[in-house]
Design a protein around this ligand. Structure first.
Ligand code: DAH
Length: 345
């Protein structure tokens, strides 16, 4: 035995590197196992002469302690890296991609309508979705037994009262609330959700959206109404859009009209969207009935006004040629993604 041999083993020990627990175990056997290098040195030590034992005993013990510590250190770092690999996670992979949502077509069109009327100087007003009979029907000049109050059309929240609570069937109720609290003149639009007790089909739904418009001032005439609707149609459907008005009936306007816009697909030639007529119906409108003004405390001799109401889904269907109303409410991503790039006015 020589000091050089002990130092050589020290050197080997210091240079030791192991990646896995298996390699650590092999190193332990190599140095400290039954036939290991250090174990062999201890065997040899037994036969060293008594006077030499002192010279070798201490370095030999230090070598063994150092080997035990080194093996322990290598084992714990190998365990840590084995654990990371064992989880099966590849930490170098890119993270999961979360898709950003996009705006719903109904929201896009509502915003476009609001933006157009804002430019014309209209304010935006909102009212409650759970309304009472007075604001939805009575103040709007619906006679007591008008069929629109029938259980078939209206979802009642509390029936049987004199003034029952119900889900509003149109945004015209917001006209009444606006006339009650706004000072004159009034120029507002009221976007909102409405509810009707209808069987769901391609052309009807029990929930949909409307935008209501109301303009009250001195000397407001039918010509003003026509001009407002024409300007709106041109902003919404293009500068060459034309409108036509057909006589109609609503309890809260007199006279009343329904408005068609020239078909923006075939430009009047006739196609299957406009069913060959060249025209598409977009809204109902009229001059506010004096009874409606008086019900909200407005002097109908001094003031006059016009009102209009349109369905947002309908306008969106015309804009994008959607042929089934149910698409708007089914949250099918294949449908919704088609509007990802749609821009505002
Ligand atoms: N409230 C009507 C409906 O839901 C739409 C309407 C027509 C609103 C004429 C109006 C109007 O303000 O003047 O069918």
């Amino acid at each position: 035995m020589t000091i050089e041999i002990i130092e050589k083993v020290f050197g080997e020990l210091n240079a030791l590197k192991c990646k896995t627990e298996k390699e650590v175990e092999e190193a332990r056997v190599r140095f400290l196992g039954k036939k290991g290098e250090i174990t062999a040195l201890f065997e040899e030590f037994r036969s060293v002469d008594g006077d030499q034992k002192r010279a070798f005993g201490r370095p030999l013990n230090e070598l063994k302690q150092a080997a035990l510590a080194k093996i322990e250190e290598l084992r714990s770092s190998a365990q840590a890296s084995d654990a990371a690999e064992g989880s099966g996670d590849d930490l170098s992979l890119p993270g999961e991609q979360y898709e950003l949502g996009s705006r719903h077509p109904v929201s896009i069109v509502r915003q476009q309508i609001v933006d157009i009327f804002r430019k014309f100087g209209y304010d935006v007003a909102e009212g409650p979705e759970i309304e009472d009979d007075y604001h939805v029907f009575e103040a709007l000049n619906f006679p007591p037994n008008h069929p629109a109050r029938d259980m078939q059309d209206t979802f009642f929240v509390s029936a049987g009262h004199l003034n029952p609570l119900l889900l509003r069937t149109h945004t015209s109720s917001v006209q009444v609330r606006t006339m009650e609290k706004y000072p004159l003149p009034i120029r507002v639009i009221c976007p909102g959700r409405v509810f009707r007790n209808e069987a769901i089909s391609a052309r009807a739904h029990c929930i949909f959206h409307q935008v209501e418009g109301l303009y009250i001032d001195e000397n407001v005439t039918f010509a003003d109404l026509k001009q407002a609707i024409l300007l709106f149609a041109r902003e919404m459907f293009g500068a060459d859009a034309q409108i036509r008005m057909r006589p109609s009936f609503f309890p809260f306007t007199e006279p009343s009209a329904e408005v068609d816009v020239s078909c923006n697909i075939c430009h009047g030639k006739g196609c299957n969207i406009c069913k060959g007529t060249g025209w598409l119906e977009i809204l109902g409108c009229g001059m506010v009935d004096p009874n409606v003004l008086e019900a909200s405390g407005i002097d109908s001799k001094k003031y006059s006004g016009f009102a209009f109401g349109m369905g947002i889904e309908r306008i969106a269907m015309l804009k994008w040629q959607v042929n089934d109303l149910r698409h708007y409410f089914e949250n099918d991503l294949r449908f919704l993604k088609e509007f990802e790039g749609a821009t505002e006015v």
